[in-house]
Ligand binder design. Structure first.
Ligand code: MLT
Ligand code: MN
Ligand code: ZN
Length: 303
């Protein structure tokens, strides 16, 4: 199984268009030790011919153009694409807006939870993905289904939050089960499997049990500390308010994974405020000391 990180940044990307924080200013200026990053997405394939995208970011066109494997195969017809399917982990803008760039008659299957499929159905702009070309399939929670190309997906609810644009005034902003899911993607032939969880508010017992002993987990690396965006004057929202666990601290992801025995742990969906984006930061060193890796665009993993 080949896994390619198409985009390793959180919503807004790195640098973010309107952001003049130290990280964004430095990467924009080309300062060594910082890499620019596009928004959150992976591509997965067993055969290198047919690809499954995990999330469709607003940067999808740039990501496809940077990934020769995702270009139409020579001789495959006038209109063709190796992208056979897209699976979504939530309805956030950084994970669904790229679907609109897959209109133009691209034929694929779209997998998402019922909650997210309902959100797309309620928004008529997604009608550009008509049923003639795009088949929408609900991912059942806690059950593995075949998704073509020799791959299978099992989805499961994770602690999280409803998409920002759907929040209401009720408790938990109207969040329900299925608004935020993790995906276990497996190769049906070899049995190799990994977990992809780019948005997660906490590692509860159920999630810990599921991830214990996994070979590979790509996990929510939005923030290093919960108050990071508030402290830097970038936002009035904590990570907790946004539905994102932090990397550090006793309640953080590094602590939560410490006893889980996960072979390879990689942070994705990294916000531009996160100090780990700087190669020479103490936070980057701290993360790497615990055995975590920081994803970068174009990173390739074979399982
Ligand atoms: C998030 O990860 O919290 C969302 O992408 C935020 C957003 O939709 O702007
Ligand atoms: Mn996001
Ligand atoms: Zn910034």
């Amino acid at each position: 199984m080949i896994i390619k990180v198409l985009g390793s940044a959180a919503g807004g990307g790195f640098p973010q268009a309107n952001c003049n924080c130290r990280n964004c200013a430095d990467v924009r200026a080309g300062r060594p030790g910082l890499l620019s990053r596009t928004q959150s997405s992976l591509a997965v394939s067993c055969n290198g011919e047919e690809w499954l995208l995990l999330n469709a970011s607003p940067d999808i066109r740039q990501q496809i153009n940077a990934t020769p494997e995702l270009a139409p195969h020579p001789g495959s017809g006038l209109r063709a694409s190796p992208i056979a399917a897209v699976a979504l982990t939530n309805g956030d803008v950084d994970h669904v807006a790229g679907l609109l760039s897959l209109r133009e008659g691209l034929t694929f299957t779209l997998y998402a939870s019922n909650r997210v499929l309902n959100a797309l159905a309620a928004n008529s702009i997604f009608n550009v993905l008509g049923s003639r070309h795009v088949t929408r399939v609900a991912l059942p929670l806690d059950r593995r289904i075949e998704v073509g190309g020799g791959l299978a997906i099992e989805s499961y609810a994770v602690p999280g939050k409803i998409a920002l644009y759907l929040e209401d005034a009720s408790d938990q902003f109207g969040t329900r089960e299925g608004d935020s899911i993790g995906l276990e993607v497996s190769d049906r032939t070899t049995g190799a499997a990994f977990h992809y969880i780019p948005g997660c508010a906490a590692v509860d017992e159920r999630l810990a049990l599921r991830l214990r002993g996994a070979r590979l987990v790509l996990f929510d690396g939005t923030l290093y500390t919960d108050e990071e965006m508030v402290v830097h004057g970038l936002s009035d929202k904590t990570g907790r308010r946004m539905g994102h666990i932090s990397m550090s601290g006793p309640q953080g992801s590094m602590a939560a994974f410490a006893a889980l025995g996960v072979e390879r742990r990689i942070f994705v969906h990294i916000n531009n405020s996160n100090p780990v984006l700087r190669d020479d930061s103490p936070e980057r060193a701290a993360v790497e000391r615990t055995g975590w890796e920081i994803a970068h665009d174009g990173m390739e993993i074979r399982l």
